[in-house]
Design a protein around this ligand. Structure first.
Ligand code: NAI
Length: 319
């Protein structure tokens, strides 16, 4: 069809593509001319067990619809094997969608090392291993597109999910650095915080809400970001789901700048706390360089009004 974004002759690797969002990506790219590596370990949403069925079903579906796909059943912790499947079968890799994920929700008080470690292994190490294995191919061919998957839980925190939140915000830092390192090789990396009905969310959201959160409605944004024509968005963070797409960025308050000498005391900060929290004239920093220019300004300032001792009244007295 005229006007469609196409991915002909491109090889797309989707991790965790046996269900939910991953399946939606895989079937989409399979229908738009790409050769798809459908990776899935096939375990439970808590990361227990393995099965080849999840990936096989999706491969069959893509092939029946006239597309090309191959299954891979490795854990993302062995990302090199997943990328090897792409190279062995199709000779290249163009797009990597780091999507595989599990949950081990438990309050921080009751969290075990195993709950923490497993989440880090699948989300953080998994995304790293897959990207690391794809990177030399991307650099050599001067082309690559990566999507990493964060979550609102990572951006804002979520009760009972401190392991998952930590792993998901890690995707943001990981993406922002890969975007900077990859730019000159035309390797573009972005990160999404999706929301979609899947086995992960079906027990925590009501059915009427889930009906409006089809995984297929996350796909169009990912399709745009990994397309060869996207050279503008790199290192960006998006939230997406149910027809909504928005970009997120860091916002810094007006801030308080004081002379960094012995007048720079807790009391000096408290006296002007309203400036620390004033977002009426925000800045949008995009790197450490912005901060360095602030430090240069601080060196030109006079001493602060220290003003201790402080009036705490059970909590810090904010002026
Ligand atoms: P899902 O449970 O339907 O899909 C995840 C897939 O990853 C499963 O098919 C699973 O077998 C596979 N997987 C798990 N561990 C694996 C491993 N070690 N190696 C290979 N495959 C593995 O869940 P859903 O909702 O589709 O999640 C996809 C991604 O989106 C995950 O990273 C999740 O954390 C993230 N996400 C989803 C949200 C939602 O609203 N559904 C919200 C925020 C983030």
């Amino acid at each position: 069809m005229a006007g469609q974004l196409r991915y002909d002759d491109q090889v797309v690797v989707v991790t965790g593509a046996g269900g939910g969002l991953g399946k939606a990506y895989a079937t989409f790219f399979g229908s738009r001319g790409a050769k798809v590596v459908v990776n899935d370990l096939g375990g439970s949403f808590k990361g227990e067990g393995t099965s080849s069925k999840a990936a096989d079903v999706v491969v069959d579906e893509i092939k029946k619809a006239g597309g090309q796909a191959v299954a891979n059943y490795d854990s993302v912790e062995n990302g090199d094997k997943i990328i090897e499947t792409a190279i062995k079968n199709y000779g290249r890799i163009d797009v990597l969608i780091n999507n595989a994920g599990i949950l081990r929700d438990v309050s921080f008080k009751n969290m075990s090392d195993q709950d923490w470690d497993l989440i880090m292994k699948v989300h953080v190490k998994g995304a790293y291993k897959c990207a690391r294995a794809a990177w030399p191919y991307f650099r050599k061919q001067k082309y690559g597109r990566v999507i990493n998957t964060a979550s609102a839980a990572g951006l804002f925190g979520s009760f009972g999910q401190c392991n998952y939140s930590a792993a998901k915000l890690a995707q943001v830092g990981f993406t922002e650095t890969l975007a900077k390192e990859g730019a000159k090789y035309n390797i573009i990396c972005n990160v999404i915080a999706p929301i979609a009905a899947s086995r992960m969310t079906e027990t925590v959201m009501p059915p009427d809400l889930l009906a409006n959160l089809k995984p297929e409605w996350v796909v169009p944004l990912v399709a745009v970001l990994v397309h060869k024509n996207n050279t503008d968005e790199n290192g960006s963070i998006f939230e997406v789901g149910g027809g909504h797409v928005a970009k997120l960025r860091w916002e810094r308050s007006t801030g308080l700048l004081l002379k960094a000498d012995d007048s720079y005391t807790p009391g000096a900060i408290l006296k002007k706390w309203n400036k620390v929290t004033d977002f009426s004239d925000p800045q949008y920093p995009s790197g450490p360089a912005d901060f360095m220019s602030l430090l240069e300004d601080s060196m030109k300032m006079g001493p602060s009004d220290k003003g201790e001792p402080l009036d705490f009244k059970g909590r810090v007295a904010l002026v």
